[in-house]
Design a protein around this ligand. Structure first.
Ligand code: FES
Length: 165
């Protein structure tokens, strides 16, 4: 199959080094990690490329990519909003906060706005349950968030938080 994209040279070299090892297929997850770290998500082209280079079926690559919650199959927004849905945050109203973000942004959990600015994700407990409900936006933590805070928070982050690449 003809491959239409080129991988970053460091990733390409990493795949080459994996191919020299006895059980090179076992490096599939490590390769996907590197691609997501570099490109922000796993595109269909990336997955096809990995299958081709590691000499594994495409279905194996897509199976791994969809099985693990960690892997993203769509580009992230410039502002990645992650809502903790751990028990303490949930009990304190994280579901209402999520609903407010979904309404305000017009997207559902796991989606990105059409302009590519915002994406909504969930996270497990961040270890700061006393501050529940907690969200992060591009690694910055916001505590005791309420549904009423959400519209103001969206405006605030656009002014104060640097976008991701
Ligand atoms: S449950 Fe949200 S920080 Fe612990």
């Amino acid at each position: 199959m003809k491959q239409s994209i080129e991988l970053d040279s460091k990733i390409s070299n990493f795949i080459e080094s994996c191919l020299q090892k006895p059980n090179h297929k076992s490096y599939l997850i490590a390769v996907l990690h590197k691609i997501q770290q570099h490109y922000g998500y796993l595109s269909l082209e990336h997955m096809n490329m990995v299958a081709h280079r590691l000499q594994v079926p495409t279905s194996m690559v897509s199976g791994v990519a969809t099985f693990y919650h960690y892997f993203r199959l769509k580009p992230r927004g410039k502002y990645a909003i992650s809502i903790c849905l751990g028990t303490a945050c949930f009990v304190k109203g994280a579901d209402k906060v999520l609903e407010a973000f979904e309404t305000e942004l017009g997207i559902k959990m796991g989606e990105t706005t059409p302009d590519g600015l915002f994406s909504l994700e969930n996270s497990r407990c961040l270890g700061v349950c006393a501050l529940a409900p907690v969200i992060t936006i591009n690694e910055r933590i916001f505590s005791k968030v309420t549904a009423q805070n959400v519209p103001g928070l969206i405006n605030k982050v656009k002014m104060e938080i640097p976008m991701t690449e």
